[in-house]
Design a protein around this ligand. Structure first.
Ligand code: PXL
Length: 277
């Protein structure tokens, strides 16, 4: 069984980051270890929250991991709470990477053209060199624009050529595989585009477009991709499964729209992940 270590926050209420990643990866048949980077009372899109930064716990945890000679087939990072923490996590990657494991970075920091509450331009500046360390990066369209210093207006303003160019530019900075999520295809469809430099292939994954913002879907998307890549699927296959799974989670959540801020109802769909492996 493959073993991943994922570094992201633990939000007590509002399913996202670790509370979304662990069940998804487990259902994809991957052993999931964690380093919680912060504990929050809830995710930052709720009106109020408290956040306890765990940056000073990361190095001691890493030391123990090294003393026990623990090895991971993938190192997967999600939401990180502060620019300084990006530097700490960078060291974890350097220490845990070997010739065979995969480094997957979801530069979770923004959506719909805006940084998440509490993050600033400094965070983006630190994220730019950080993503170069990855084998795979999974930004949404807003995050891709921020990483490339491009202006974001609306998803419908980007041409197919512009998005392919963005994939190539992001891959040129280091990561062999790039997926950009939140791409709109006409009025009724949305999905993700990806580029694999080793295979020299582009792929597109499309499903239904849903109105409104569903928090935590980026974390679920990246977790499905991580699990599927560890099952030796191609980037295109992994991205296709992630698009389909997120669509199913949103469909289930639409049945109970008042729950939206608590994250999507992925629990109703977890059993379906078995079909992807
Ligand atoms: O889903 C991304 C995410 C993860 N973790 C925390 C967040 C968010 C998005 O707002 O606030 C704490």
């Amino acid at each position: 069984m493959k073993r991943v270590i994922t570094l992201q926050d633990l939000s007590c209420v509002g399913k996202c980051s670790l509370t979304a990643a662990i069940p998804v990866l487990s259902c994809l048949g991957v052993e999931t270890a964690v380093i919680p980077t912060a504990v929050l009372s809830c995710h930052t899109a709720f009106e109020t929250f408290v956040s306890y930064d765990l940056s000073d716990k990361i190095t001691p945890i890493l030391e123990q991991i090294k003393k026990n000679n623990m090895r991971f087939d993938a190192i997967y990072t999600g939401y990180l709470g502060s620019p300084e923490q990006i530097d700490e996590i960078s060291v974890v990657i350097d220490e845990l990477r070997d010739n065979d494991n995969l480094v997957i970075i979801d530069p979770a920091m923004a959506d719909d053209g805006e940084l998440y509450t509490g993050l600033s331009a400094d965070f983006v500046s630190r994220m730019k060199p950080f993503v170069k360390k990855a084998d795979v990066i999974i930004p949404n369209l807003t995050e891709a624009c921020m990483l490339l210093d491009k202006t974001y207006t609306s998803p419908s303003d980007f041409t197919e050529q512009e998005i392919s160019d963005m994939l190539l530019m992001l891959s040129d900075t280091g990561p062999e595989k790039v997926i950009i999520t939140g791409i709109h295809f006409g009025e009724h469809e949305m999905g993700a585009v990806s580029y694999d430099r080793a295979e020299n292939t582009f792929s597109t994954a499309v499903n239904k477009k849903h109105n409104g913002r569903y928090l935590g879907t980026g974390d679920i998307f990246s977790s499905v991709v991580t699990g599927c890549l560890l099952e030796d699927q191609t980037l295109g296959e992994a991205s296709g499964h992630a698009v389909d799974f997120v669509n199913r989670c949103i469909e289930e959540t639409e049945k109970a729209p008042d729950r939206r801020w608590y994250g999507v109802n992925f629990e109703s769909c977890l059993g379906e992940l078995i079909n992807y492996i």
